[in-house]
Design a protein around this ligand. Structure first.
Ligand SMILES: [Zn+2]
Length: 444
């Protein structure tokens, strides 16, 4: 094992004693101590969340050593760097694209504000660079590069890091999901009710938070990290573990890229804090808290968009909507997202089964079917939020369209659930016959 690797192992960096870790790898260092040496070339944590190693790491107390790292590298980039050190040259030709493809991608960008934007197609046309391409375009369109005097090289570097730190083998929580949420956020920022009040800083924060809100997601949920004693769970005291990690990783990348280094310290501090507040709002376990506050504001008709704090709250709600808007998309896109998120759940369930752990709710492929999961998710999570969003936007054209898709998609899933039940029609006790209580928790 090289010195560099030992240096990195288990490293958690702290800027000051009173701050949380800035950037901590998703994986425990135990992985790198595997008997087979450095592991295979697949990106991302899954299936490298190895319970034995994680437990060893936690119990041995090595996390407590907190060796400082000189640079803030996420696992993804550290792993990439270690490959280079070992003389493994990355494959080239990844960026060779037919001009026709680029032309089609450019054409799609001209319609980036439309709700039926096909992010899957866009990702293919950009050869897996949908997040970087989309963000660069939107930053230009909104004039953010000029307004904040951003260095294009640093911007590309930062966005490249963010995109790279999403785990491409996660069926759902990957860079395409981030691009999809960013595209939805763009649509919401253009809502007439909101758009005329937004400052460049609001737009910058909204897009940045959307792009980075799930960065370095391991493809398993918080309860999984807690029950396997993952080092991040103890670091963040079992509260908003993933969201805290997404935020801290983002801050680490912002500083590493130097994107905002030309701005006054108080401004970068404010940006980092606001990004945190936005990303932490996507914690689905805080849904009721946000929904309650939103309802109460709407009942009292007291949202004042001239007030920066009110705008920030609406941005939090907009990001939450963007994050769970899959069922509001046209069926063909919506269905793909549903299948992806369920596939990710099932993988977690398989991992739990293989490790003799209790299988988490919604993660059992045998009993938790896609239609059942989706109907629960729509009923208990999506509909309540979007009904309030509709009130806020005064029933805008976009919201009407989203609600129409939501109704149609729910009806489609009901039909599919019904079809699945038919062969088992003689068995009245089938779990498929009822909607799960509070279904959909943990998505997305
Ligand atoms: Zn998300």
């Amino acid at each position: 094992m090289s010195c560099l690797m030992v240096e990195r192992c288990g490293a958690i960096s702290f800027e000051t004693p009173d701050q949380n870790a800035i950037c901590v790898r998703m994986l425990g260092d135990g992985r790198l101590r595997g008997q087979t040496g450095v592991l295979s070339e697949r990106r991302g944590s899954y299936p490298f969340i190895d319970l034995r190693l994680l437990n060893t790491t936690v119990h041995s107390g090595e996390i407590g050593t907190k060796k400082k790292v000189k640079r803030l590298l996420s696992f993804q980039r550290y792993f990439h760097a270690s490959r280079l050190l070992r003389g493994i040259v990355p494959q080239t030709s990844l960026h060779l694209l037919d001009e026709d493809y680029l032309g089609q991608a450019a054409h799609m960008l001209s319609k980036v504000g439309t709700w039926n934007f096909d992010i899957f197609l866009f990702d293919r046309l950009t050869n897996g660079n949908s997040l970087v391409t989309l963000l660069c375009h939107l930053f230009n369109v909104y004039g953010l590069i000029h307004h904040f005097q951003l260095d294009m090289v640093k911007l590309h570097r930062f966005l490249g890091m963010v995109q790279e730190d999403y785990h491409s083998q996660n069926p759902y929580h990957n860079a395409v999901h981030a691009a999809d949420v960013t595209q939805a956020m763009h649509c919401y920022l253009k809502e007439p009710k909101l758009a005329r009040h937004l400052t460049p800083l609001d737009i910058f924060l909204g897009l940045m938070a959307a792009a980075a809100h799930d960065v370095d997601h391991p493809g398993v949920n918080q309860p999984f990290l807690i029950k396997t004693k993952h080092h991040l769970a103890s670091l963040y005291q079992n509260t908003s573990v993933l969201e805290s990690h997404h935020w801290r990783s983002t801050v680490g990348m912002l500083r590493e890229s130097g994107l905002l280094s030309h701005l006054p310290a108080h401004m970068t501090q404010d940006i980092e804090q606001q990004l945190g507040s936005l990303i932490l709002a996507t914690d689905i376990s805080r849904q009721n808290e946000f929904l309650g506050r939103f309802k109460s504001h709407l009942d009292n008709n007291d949202i004042n968009l001239e007030d920066a704090e009110h705008r920030h709250f609406v941005l939090q709600i907009a990001l939450k909507c963007a994050d769970i808007c899959n069922p509001c998309r046209v069926w063909e896109l919506s269905r793909q997202w549903s299948e992806r998120v369920c596939e990710e759940f099932y993988r977690q369930g398989d991992l739990e089964r293989s490790c003799d752990l209790e299988i988490s709710p919604l993660c059992n492929q045998q009993s938790d079917t896609v239609p059942v999961i989706q109907i629960g998710f729509i009923t208990y999570i999506v509909e309540p939020l979007f009904e309030e969003w509709m009130r806020f936007t005064d029933g805008s054209l976009l919201t009407e369209s989203m609600m129409g898709h939501l109704r149609k998609n729910k009806s489609q899933w009901r039909q599919l659930r019904h079809k699945q039940q038919e062969p088992a029609g003689d068995c009245p006790g089938q779990p498929l016959s009822k909607e799960p209580e509070g279904g959909g928790t943990g998505v997305p």
